[in-house]
Design a protein around this ligand. Structure first.
Ligand SMILES: [Zn+2]
Length: 250
């Protein structure tokens, strides 16, 4: 049985039995991995506090070919978010983002770009609800963009012309933007330059820079997250359960 090793983020864990837990990791080298941590519920567990959500760890596990669940051997803590995780808003936001990630990314499918994006979001210094809402939007936009689910908001979805900055294009079904010439008699909601810029700038900003930019525009952030919610439900085929807890508390 081969031994694997990878830097990983702890996403969440569940009770399996009286002594054991199932832990979901996002590993840099092997994508999402679910494993059994034997004895993790015991008071003097060898895993200590290394299985707390959103910690960065060095993970070692054995994997049998025919098993979905791996056997966790060793977890060494490199970085924790114990401080931030004391804030229920942080916990609710990242529990939702972890659920979104596991719903959209298949297990054992390595993706270095997504890993780096998620790690940068988890590590960002976030204060208050507006910053958490901004990081949520960044994460949603990135994940949907990487999956190829988002249209290009720099161009008209009908004629392909670059949309001018000084006019507000219309929002059509499937989230395409339509220029004034192509709208014809169709009734569309206008999309503000601010929302467009928040949508497009995800490509070139780090999470920290994005949060700085978006935290002063909570209404546009909320509006965009609301639009993406419909795309997410379509892509995943259901609502993300943790989103309800988040919506009730923000
Ligand atoms: Zn057009």
């Amino acid at each position: 049985m081969p031994l694997f090793e990878s830097e990983s983020l702890v996403l969440r864990s569940y009770d399996l039995s009286e002594a054991d837990r199932i832990v979901v990791f996002f590993t840099r080298e092997h994508g999402i991995v679910r494993g059994v941590a034997k004895g993790a519920k015991r008071l003097k567990s060898r895993f200590g506090s290394s299985l707390e959500p959103f910690s960065t760890v060095r993970l070692q596990y054995f994997q049998k070919d025919d098993r979905e669940l791996v056997s966790i051997q060793q977890v060494e803590l490199s970085d924790s978010r114990f401080d931030a995780a004391a804030d229920p808003d942080f916990l609710n936001t990242f529990a939702y983002l972890a659920d979104l990630l596991t719903a959209m990314v298949p297990p054992h499918d390595p993706n270095e770009t997504t890993y780096r994006m998620v790690k940068a979001c988890v590590s960002a210094d976030l204060r208050g609800k507006n910053e958490l809402a901004a990081i949520r939007l960044y994460f949603e936009l990135w994940l949907l963009r990487l999956g190829g689910y988002l249209p290009d908001w720099a161009k008209c979805g009908d004629c392909g012309q670059i949309l001018p900055d000084d006019r507000e294009p219309g929002l059509w079904r499937d989230l395409h933007l339509i220029c004034g010439n192509c709208q014809g008699s169709r009734k569309m909601a206008a999309v503000s330059g601010l929302s467009r810029s928040l949508f497009v700038s995800v490509k070139r900003l780090t999470p920290a820079a994005y949060v700085q930019r978006a935290r002063t525009e909570p209404d546009a952030v909320r509006e965009l997250s609301g639009l993406l919610r419909h795309v997410i439900v379509n892509v995943v085929g259901r609502e993300i359960a943790a989103e309800r807890t988040l919506a009730a508390n923000l």
